[in-house]
Design a protein around this ligand. Structure first.
Ligand code: ZN
Length: 133
């Protein structure tokens, strides 16, 4: 793992939350992106070497919609940057960790991503991400 790449926060209303995080961080969102395959609309903020990713459900059957129903707004996942996502997936699977994605898929912000199952990691949803070449 290289660093914490971003922290994902589930929000009910992206517009409202954009304003909140603009106020808190003193900077504007640098990117808003809809990821159809995940049923989410995202908004990214830079915080030093790290980022905050706001996630709003754009589809009522998406994992984010389910998370919001069950737990309400709040921290959804922590993303770690990796050099080689395939190697990292193999390494964690070989150690017995359960992954939600055993093959990397396309995520927001030009990343290839895979999630570990939170049951494998103390209830914390962990995302591995690698910059798209
Ligand atoms: Zn993320």
């Amino acid at each position: 793992m290289i660093k914490i790449e971003h922290i994902g926060i589930a929000v009910k209303d992206l517009e409202v939350s954009n304003k909140i995080f603009e106020d808190i961080l003193g900077t504007s969102s640098y990117k808003m992106e809809r990821v159809e395959s995940e049923g989410v609309s995202t908004s990214f903020f830079k915080v030093g070497p790290n980022k905050i990713e706001l996630l709003e459900a754009s589809d009522p059957s998406s994992p984010i919609a389910k998370f919001l129903d069950k737990k309400g707004e709040g921290i959804h996942h922590i993303a770690f940057a990796v050099d080689n996502i395939e190697d990292e997936i193999k390494r964690l699977v070989s150690l017995g960790y359960r992954l939600i994605n055993e093959t990397a898929k396309k995520g927001a912000d030009n990343k290839r991503i895979a999630f570990l199952h939170p049951k494998s990691s103390n209830g914390v949803l962990i995302e591995l991400c690698q910059d798209e070449q």
